[in-house]
Structures are given as C-alpha cells and as structure tokens.
Design a protein around this ligand. Structure first.
Ligand SMILES: [Zn+2]
Ligand SMILES: [Zn+2]
Length: 240
C-alpha cells in the first residue's frame, strides 16, 4: 500500500464522506448516503441459475436455463445494473478510483451471505493491456475486499495467477450468450490445478453472461467440480 492510500484510508475513517450520487454528506465512512442506497435496485426476482432479472414472477429459471443448463452452476448477482449503480461502477473502473472497492464490497455484503462451500476464489483476469491502462484489476480488488469482510471466506485462497486472458476477443453481435461463451473460451487459459475444486469466479458486472460461461467452461475442462460466478450486478435482458 502506498503512503497516499494509507492516508486516504485514515481520513476516510475519521471524516464522513460525501455521497457520490447526490453530493450530500453521507454520514458514514462510505461515499453513499442512506437515501441513495435505497435507490439501488436489488436483483430479487432472478433466475436461480444465471441471476438474469426475471419478468415473470412465477418462473424460477429463465428461458435459456430451463431449455439448456449453462456450464456455470450458479451466479450470485445481488444488484440490478441500473443508472445509479452504473455511475458508482463507472467511477471505480473507468475513472480509475480503486478506493471505491470498499463501497462496492460493502454493497455486496449488504445483500449476500456467500456460500461457505468454496475452495478457491478466482478473479476474472484482465488482458494485460487493459490492466496497464487501469492500473488495477477491479475483480481482484473486489475479491480481496469481499474476502476480508466475510469471516467464512477468510481462509479461502484468492489466486490471480491461475486464469489468464490471452487476447481481447471482440464479441460477435450475431451470436447468443452461449455461443459467445464458447467463442470466448479460447481467450482464457487455466494455469495451475483446479482439479476437483469448487471455484467462485469474481467479477464486477455480468452483462450477456458470455464471460461467465466461457470461464466455467475452461475451468470445468480443467477439472473444477463446480463453478459459481460472483458479481455485483446483472444487466436485465434487452427489452425487458
Ligand atoms: Zn446520496
Ligand atoms: Zn438463467
């Protein structure tokens, strides 16, 4: 940790923050006020498998998961990716403010009690060029912060050297999520043993599900027994 970030962490603990959404004082060590917190949208009615926000209240699985189960065993995505959350995540990722990891991990923790049956945490890897630009892998920071906050995850190894992204693959718009996942699987490499392990892949936002599907596919090919995908939020299906 650099001196700067130590100083920031100390200041944050002493002085209340200003809310990133409404600019009023947050009255807490986190830069989000209680009012704006309630504007975030829980992903409460979602597919039990892939966490896609569902429109039909009665269904427990989305159309795609009921037609054909995906490679990923379970997706945890407690929030819907809507404009308020998009602003917070945009500040974190695109304006490169790693200090916001604490806020986002606190949001995750507010909604999720993580399963205690995992053996390994694996952040989604960034291509090295993107890592160079951003200066941090947001999924790795989020994973570390989530683990630090949850006693039942404290002893879990978090490894950033097992998954590798070989090249940035442009998504093909004409393909569905499963086909994109199969396509994208070629971009990921598993280096190291995951044989027989129950893995949680850590991600920020799940959009089409192609990355989750690709990673679950390569991890299972490498012998992982069960692959979950833990992220902050899921985007609703287009047009819903
Ligand atoms: Zn606010
Ligand atoms: Zn589903």
């Amino acid at each position: 940790m650099k001196v700067n970030s130590v100083a920031t962490a100390l200041l944050d603990a002493v002085f209340p923050q200003y809310c990133l959404l409404c600019q009023l004082r947050s009255e807490s060590p986190l830069p989000l006020c209680a009012d704006c917190f309630t504007r975030l949208q829980g992903n409460d009615r979602a597919c039990e498998r892939c966490a896609l926000p569902l429109v039909a209240a009665a269904a427990s699985l989305c159309g795609q998961c009921s037609a054909q189960p995906p490679a990923v065993d379970r997706v945890i995505a407690p929030l819907v990716y809507e404009p308020h959350l998009a602003l917070l995540i945009g500040r974190w990722k695109f304006q490169r403010e790693p200090r916001l990891t604490r806020l986002l991990a606190a949001l995750w923790q507010a909604w999720v009690t993580p399963p205690a049956d995992r053996d390994l945490l694996l952040p989604v890897p960034l291509h090295w060029r993107r890592l160079l630009w951003r200066g941090f892998n947001q999924a790795a920071l989020l994973g570390l912060e989530i683990r630090a906050r949850q006693p039942q995850l404290a002893s879990l190894p978090l490894r950033t050297d097992i998954l590798r992204r070989r090249r940035a693959t442009p998504a093909q718009a004409s393909l569905n999520a499963r086909q994109r996942g199969a396509n994208l699987a070629a971009a990921f490499q598993v280096r190291g043993s995951v044989s027989g392990l129950r893995v949680a892949v850590i991600d920020d936002v799940m959009t089409t599900g192609a990355t989750a599907e690709a990673l679950a596919t390569v991890l299972k090919d490498a012998g992982a027994s069960d692959v979950q995908h833990w992220c902050l939020a899921r985007t609703p299906a287009p047009g819903s």
